[in-house]
Ligand binder design. Sequence first.
Ligand SMILES: C=C(O[C@@H]1C=C(C(=O)O)C=C[C@H]1O)C(=O)O
Length: 378
Amino acid sequence: MELSEIREKIDAVDDQLLDLFLERMHLSEEVAAYKNEHHLPILNKERERAILAKVTEKSGEKERYAYHLFSTLFELARSRQAELIDAPTKVGAQIKAALADINAVFPQTGLVACQGVEGANSQVACDRLLPRGNIVYVKTFQAVVSAVESGLCKFGVLPIENSSNGSVRAVYELLQDHNLSIVRSTRLCIRHELLALPGVKMSDITEIYSHEQAIGQCSKFLNGLNGVRVIPCDNTAMAAKMVAERGDRHAAAISSHPCAALYGLETINDEIQDSDNNYTRFICVTKDPVIYAGANRISLIIACDNKPGALYEILSKLAALGINMTKLESCPVTGRNFEFIFFLELEASVQEPGVLAMLEELERSCAGFHFLGNYAEV
Ligand SMILES: C=C(O[C@@H]1C=C(C(=O)O)C=C[C@H]1O)C(=O)O
């Protein structure tokens, strides 16, 4: 058969397929109306399994392809049903509350909980996120969360990811366990320096203090040193402060340039970070789930079943809406045997058509779902 002839036949089959597809979608809309009336869940695994069993049995050696095609058809049918059924979801209620005040503008002032001390990168981030905010320093990320949850501070600032080290797990864990909303984010270019008391030389140093993230970001420099103990501490600025206060001429801190002047130290070595493209993103969180004008990023934590195609199903929902994903990181669930959760970031606003319905559907279909916020990066 000539190619043009085969293609003519394919065109004819496509016409039939399309008609049948539209008819199938129409029937699932009728099923949706029934489910709505009788308060039935959208997903019916038993029915889907029965159809797949029949399809695979009839498809012979093309069984794999038929399985995939029908799984996609179910996916699309469920998406359409979710659009039509307004079954309550947690994310729906959360977003509705967050959008209640449509004219809400980002506050200019307020107390901001910040982990560390003056000179910490978190402090620079606080100034960027809330230029006229009043900083309250606390010792740990947990204390930032507690300060916001208790109402002591309206805002909290936390580092969420670094371009060399990836996500800050401890912060994601706190976001999972507490109901805080991300309302703004910012990206800081991080430079590290080795600071010590005035006059101290590299050869005097036997101990280097810094935050774990900074230690990780200067691994090449640190690996090149001999006979030096590297000691993690709470914060890069705290490390500088401690070295200054102890007056120990064998100790140094990996910290930022402003901390040298702030704590009376001198730079022994500058630009010691592994990569000059070393960025850390910081988020600003609040207790009230507000979505301010200009929000164009959505952060999610998702857990899906450990089965073939589980992640694909999530991604296909984003692809269907043409949403760009700016982050997808898998992370093992602590204490579980290679079970993973996913950290996602999307370039989208819940006010764009279809986005809220898509999030509601993800909540319905995923084993775990956390909407962390819809916000703007400044
Ligand atoms: C259409 C239905 O809803 C969903 C979609 C199905 C499908 O596309 O065939 C099957 C079961 C449900 O998960 C239904 O319940 O029949």
